[in-house]
Design a protein around this ligand. Structure first.
Ligand SMILES: Cc1cc2nc3c(=O)[nH]c(=O)nc-3n(C[C@H](O)[C@H](O)[C@H](O)COP(=O)(O)OP(=O)(O)OC[C@H]3O[C@@H](n4cnc5c(N)ncnc54)[C@H](O)[C@@H]3O)c2cc1C
Length: 392
């Protein structure tokens, strides 16, 4: 149903805030999602498989590193274009958006921002084209919300670094050619290292049995005395602000992305409610259905405006990490609630893979946890407005 009849809601004419270029990019990604993602994504989810054949095409449509300068293989676009790309990809599936988010914000961004010129030239064009797949290793089995306490360590062995430790819940880990890994040096300072597949002692076991993001490849990064060449250290950043700055970029993309999932659920529920007849009336005619739909479009519209404004601030380099937290937290919760309400409108068939809603709902359970949990983002807002940390 949603495959061919999707109509993107725009209740407040937010389109008028976009440039022609924004609309062109969004249209191109939307067409690609309709053609390449929608027809295969339910089956990929049912089979718990990442559709790897889409990676090169994602590169071709400019979904990797859209805001990275052209000279490094990116598209040199602005932040709103990046957001719109994420929105359209997540309308297809959060797994596809997650893959592109990680590649762009968590792998290309730190290499561009903190890498050497040699690292940029070596990795960025291939990451942009999809020739290389990247992963970002911050979370550990015992350190999720508190990455500053991480245990992964490396020592300076003269001609190389020796890396030990493990990372868990890492998007793209089993398929990644390179991983940007955050670990502590001998002084306890967090540094970024580029770890390549094939390095001795480096393994990437897959995490199976997920009920969420089933079309995303998730796994561990395990380091047992891995010799990392000295030239693979990211020289331009020290401390937790390195990974946190990458997360700011990715969280911004999520704040847009989830609007796509919410729009798909809302549009599906709206169409269904007009066609489904009970008690001799379309269920859209019942007040309780209208309440659900009216609240959904209200929240989607608020989320669109929030994301757009955040994009403007990011274009001007004025968005704070706390503002990004507010938008990520609000928009993911909004999308999850829209998915749950849409599922109710479809009744029994809402749980079926013939409709996208249950898949979006399950995906969003990961999205509300990764890149900072819902509660952690609330604490960031709380700290920002009161000046008091309630983390410890
Ligand atoms: C599908 C998926 C993909 C992921 N991809 C990546 C990736 O690519 N790279 C990566 O590095 N990580 C990734 N993650 C990990 C993700 O970022 C972490 O799961 C997240 O940061 C939360 O950590 P945790 O799961 O260890 O939960 P915990 O930190 O153990 O938190 C558990 C609960 O305690 C709460 N809590 C924790 N501290 C506080 C506090 N101070 N006050 C109040 N409540 C608190 C949390 O809000 C949460 O509800 C991924 C996760 C998933 C599910």
């Amino acid at each position: 149903m949603a495959t061919t009849r999707y109509k993107s809601p725009d209740y407040y004419l937010v389109d008028e805030l976009l440039t022609d270029e924004h609309k062109l990019i969004r249209g191109a990604v939307r067409d690609w999602v309709n053609r390449a993602v929608i027809p295969i994504i339910d089956e990929a989810n049912q089979k718990h498989e990442f559709p790897r054949n889409l990676v090169k095409e994602l590169g071709e449509i400019g979904a990797f590193g859209s805001y990275i300068p052209v000279e490094y293989g990116g598209a040199g676009m602005d932040q709103i274009s990046y957001g719109l790309i994420m929105q359209e990809l997540e309308r297809g599936d959060s797994s596809i958006r997650s893959m592109a988010s990680v590649q762009s914000s968590l792998v290309m961004y730190p290499i561009y921002k903190y890498g050497t010129e040699e690292q940029r030239r070596r990795y960025l064009p291939k990451l942009a084209s999809g020739e290389l797949i990247g992963a970002f290793g911050l979370t550990e089995p015992n350190h999720g919300s508190d990455p500053g306490s991480m245990l992964s360590r490396f020592t300076d062995e003269g001609d190389h670094y020796l890396l030990n430790g493990s990372k868990m819940w890492i998007t793209n880990a089993p398929i990644a050619d390179i991983s940007v890994v955050w670990a502590k040096d001998e002084t306890g300072c967090i540094r970024g290292l580029i770890v390549e597949r094939g390095m001795k002692g480096f393994t990437t076991p897959e995490t199976l049995k997920k009920w969420s993001l089933r079309s995303s490849s998730t796994g561990e990064l395990v380091f047992a005395d891995v010799k990392v060449p000295r030239e693979n250290l990211l020289p331009g950043i020290k401390g937790l602000k390195g990974p946190l700055s990458c997360l700011s970029s990715a969280r911004y993309g999520i704040a847009w992305g989830v609007i796509g999932a919410a729009m798909d659920c809302y549009d599906t529920a709206l169409q269904y409610s007009r066609e489904r007849v009970q008690f001799n009336k379309p269920i859209a005619a019942f007040q309780l259905t209208q309440k659900k739909l009216a609240e959904m479009i209200t929240e989607i519209t608020k989320a669109q405006l929030l994301a757009w404004r955040l994009g403007v601030l990011r274009n001007e380099d004025r968005a704070t990490p706390a503002q990004i937290s507010l938008c990520k937290r609000n928009n993911v919760k909004m999308a999850l609630e829209v998915a749950r309400e849409s599922r109710q409108i479809l009744g029994a068939i809402g749980i079926s893979g013939d409709f996208p809603i249950m898949r979006h709902m399950m995906n969003l359970e990961s999205v509300i946890t990764y890149e900072g949990t819902h509660d952690i983002h609330l604490l960031i807002t709380g700290m920002d407005i009161t000046g008091e940390s309630a983390f410890e």
